[in-house]
Design a protein around this ligand. Structure first.
Ligand SMILES: [Zn+2]
Length: 178
């Protein structure tokens, strides 16, 4: 005798796709050494397969002990992090194994204008972001203009803190079962 409902347990994922990929972007940002601003980015294709990810850091392979993490703009650019840091989106794009055309970029911070240029050039379809702390700056206005002129959609994602609590619980559970 067979019953289609034998051992049937209703189950649901703890998170949706937006949350899943933004958490990955947040995990990438966690790897950044930048003491002030840690940013992560994940690019996803139309089939919801992750293509590449990145976080902000100094030029790959460079002797980091010789470079400053400070962002004091009263000294010359040569002595600021800005002279040497590659942004999360740029790192993800540089390490992409295939085309990013029509992909969705999940970023923890709304892209600066330099990254907006790259995102538009690789023909990203959509940018989903978490924070927007530079809204109102010239860089933000340029990014917005680039996205508008190239037809890139932008969307802010709000993550429920309850999701982070659930994730924390899950991670601790995973460890305790080791
Ligand atoms: Zn940037």
């Amino acid at each position: 005798m067979t019953d289609a409902n034998i051992n049937f347990i209703p189950a649901d994922s703890a998170l949706n796709w937006d949350e899943y990929f933004m958490l990955q972007a947040m995990m990438a940002s966690f790897k950044s050494k930048d003491p002030a601003t840690k940013v992560g980015a994940v690019f996803v294709d139309e089939k919801r397969h992750q293509i590449t990810m990145g976080y902000n850091g100094f030029v790959a392979g460079i002797d980091e002990t010789k470079l400053p993490w400070g962002k004091d703009k009263s000294v010359s650019l040569e002595y600021q992090k800005y002279g040497y840091v590659v942004h999360a989106e740029a790192n993800a794009i540089l390490h992409a194994p295939r085309s990013l055309a029509q992909s969705t970029a999940y970023v923890t911070l709304f892209p600066c204008h330099e990254c907006a240029k790259l995102l538009a050039s690789v023909k990203v379809k959509e940018v989903v972001y978490l924070q927007n702390k530079h809204e109102g700056t010239e860089s933000h206005r340029i990014s917005t203009k680039i996205f508008e002129l190239t037809g890139i959609q932008t969307r802010r994602l709000v993550l429920d803190t309850k999701l982070i609590e659930k994730l924390n619980h899950h991670l601790l559970n995973t460890l305790s079962e080791a």
